[in-house]
Design a protein around this ligand. Structure first.
Ligand SMILES: C[C@H](O)[C@@H](O)[C@@H](O)C(=O)CO
Ligand SMILES: [Mn+2]
Length: 595
């Protein structure tokens, strides 16, 4: 598989550390094989269940020897550094010496699995070493099975598997974003606070850097033709053949001419190529004499200001944002480029979290309207029913959502969003067929362009999330798991027309718990911290919580069942009854990883 230019260097690996009781002449020797086998079993489990962005199984590196003391701990650390390990998991079936065998690297997310047996107590080591990690301020995840296993049992129990996988995915997400950039194209859109870049957040919490390019760079590259011209011709042809143009909804006198619309397509396609090149570079540009431009900005996520200085004069960025965020384009299927509308970098990071945890495209949306059953009844005469009975939330933005958001991909007959490497030609065809590209509303977008218009299929489990920053508190994450829902066509039409029918709609219903922010649908909307959210396929709230805890970002609202919540052991030292409060206290106490 060709290496994606956005991932400079090797992909981070997972390092496995088998720790052991160092006493020779009997104890250590009797445990060597069992301990190493635990490490191998964990490597196998992860290689079968955790995948990089391109579908490759995660690579695990096992320490060369079991770790009985500090010398072997240092040798393992050296091997891990050489191999590019970004996440560590310590495993043991027995008692070992806590502080002498620990992983001391403060930047590497860490977990310990202590085998729950009683002959040689791995779980006792687990407790001892976690106390050491806590005392030293290096939060680590503790894993030990609910049920006692027999010594020598090589099976990993289901509860342990779930925790190992959840930790590995979140730890890998942390390692994947480290050292990468967020690229702002333009600056702040329409006073949206999320598009103000808070560099300390990126640097201290995510280990990322911030890059900036003025939107005038599009003009320079368009006018001087600094893009791969062969690819451009191919892309434009593909667009003409595959992207259906829908009706122009603009009033007479506000419509763009056919000639302008033709030109809008050309600019829209060029913008997509140029934005991608700005993010990750393009070798073709070097051949054309643009060596500097060929390098890109090492961006794993980007955002485009668009409104208003660009869109008041040039075609909007909707097509560029849609196609970059999708799992395919004129080159066929490929990993999505995470790209935030309105340069809302906080939503961009929410999208990045969802993407790195699932390898699937993310949908950028405004959290636009809560429709109560009463309001729907009043304006349409229809009584909401089924999952929608308690009200619905209209997720919609000005046409920049990933085409995967149509819900037209299927697995076992059900609508899903797949990682790009699982897409079929049929999936791609259906996403395109379900989408119209509508001449942009010129009231908003004076420079025209094309907005993506689709209606997400109902019945998909999804999670919406959003990162917010509060002065004095720092970043906080909010999460709502729920489902997309279908409405009768005529009901959708009435509600959609009240907003802007040229934009993509997702009707969302959160899972209610009857408490707090999840008391009812209204409260979910009412507690949303900003105008945008990222929609991820699947119920990934538990994975987001684990990820947030590694990054020391507290979660201010979620509806994830308590038994799925997995955070570092230290969190319970901040209280065990009020988990939300304990999360805030723990995050504040430890602070960001890269401070
Ligand atoms: C066209 C409008 O300005 C929209 O872009 C606006 O409602 C937003 O999306 C705000 O987030
Ligand atoms: Mn918006």
């Amino acid at each position: 598989m060709a290496k994606d230019p956005r991932y400079v260097g090797n992909l981070p690996k997972i390092g496995i550390r088998p720790t052991i009781d160092g006493r020779r002449k009997g104890v250590r020797e009797s445990l060597e094989e069992t301990t190493m086998n635990m490490a191998k079993a964990v490597a196998k489990l992860l290689e079968e269940n955790v995948f990089y962005y391109n579908g490759q199984p995660v690579e695990c590196v096992i320490a060369d020897t079991c770790i009985g003391g500090v010398k072997e701990a240092a040798e393992a650390a050296e091997k891990f550094a050489r191999e590019g390990v970004g996440v560590s998991i310590t495993v043991t079936p027995c008692w070992c010496y806590g502080t002498e065998t620990m992983d001391m690297d403060p930047h590497i997310p860490k977990a310990v699995w202590g085998f729950n047996g009683t002959e040689r107590p791995g779980a006792v080591y687990l407790a001892a070493v976690l106390a050491g990690y806590n005392q030293k301020g290096l939060p680590a995840f503790g894993i030990y099975g609910k049920d006692v296993q027999d010594a020598g049992d090589t099976n990993i129990p289901e509860d342990v598997k779930e925790k190992l996988i959840r930790f590995a995915k979140a730890g890998l997400a942390v390692a994947m974003m480290k050292g990468k950039s967020y690229l702002s194209i333009g600056s702040v859109s329409m006073g949206i606070a999320g598009s103000v870049v808070q560099e300390d957040f990126f640097q201290n919490y995510l280990g990322m850097r911030n890059e900036y390019v003025d939107m005038s760079e599009f003009v320079r590259r368009i006018e001087l033709e600094i893009y791969d011209k062969e690819e451009y011709e191919r892309a434009l042809k593909w667009v003409k053949e595959n992207c259906k143009v829908g009706p122009d909804n603009n009033r007479d006198g506000f419509k763009r001419t056919e000639e302008q619309k033709e030109k809008d397509w050309e600019i829209s396609v060029k913008m997509a190529l140029i934005a991608r090149d700005l993010m990750v570079g393009n070798k073709k540009l070097e051949e054309m004499g643009y060596g500097e431009e060929a390098l890109g900005r090492n961006a794993i996520v980007a955002g485009f200001q668009g409104q208003r200085q660009w869109t008041d004069y040039f075609p909007n960025g909707d097509f560029m944002e849609t196609i970059l965020n999708s799992s395919f384009d004129w080159n066929g299927k490929r990993a999505p480029y995470i790209f935030a509308t309105e340069n809302d970098n906080l939503n961009g990071i929410s999208m990045l979290f969802g993407y790195l945890l699932t390898n699937t495209a993310q949908i950028f949306a405004d959290v636009r309207t809560y429709w109560s059953p009463e309001a729907v009844k009043r304006v349409t005469g229809y009584t909401l029913e089924g999952r929608a009975a308690n009200g619905i939330i209209h997720l919609i933005n000005s046409g920049a959502a990933a085409l995967d958001g149509t819900g037209e991909q299927t697995k076992d007959g059900k609508p899903v969003i797949k990682p790009y490497y699982e897409l079929t030609d049929e999936d791609i065809k259906k996403c395109l067929e379900a989408t119209q590209f509508r001449p942009a509303s010129t009231e908003y977008f004076r420079g025209g362009g094309y907005s993506t218009d689709f209606l997400t299929k109902g019945g998909m489990p999804v999670t919406i999330s959003r990162l917010n920053i509060v002065k004095g508190l720092g970043p906080v994450l909010q999460i709502a798991e729920g489902y997309t829902v279908d409405l009768p066509e005529e009901v959708h039409d009435v509600l959609d027309k009240r907003t802007d029918p040229t934009w993509p709609t997702t009707w969302f219903v959160p899972n209610l718990t009857g408490e707090g922010a999840f008391k009812d649908v209204y409260s979910v909307m009412n507690n949303w911290g900003a105008n945008h959210c990222s929609i991820s396929y699947g119920h990934i709230g538990a994975d987001l919580i684990t990820l947030a805890s590694i990054l020391r970002i507290p979660v201010n609202m979620h509806n994830v069942p308590e038994e799925k919540i997995f955070r570092p052991d230290a969190w319970s030292m901040f209280g065990t009854k009020d988990l939300e409060g304990a999360d805030y206290r723990a995050c504040k106490n430890f602070g960001p990883i890269y401070k």
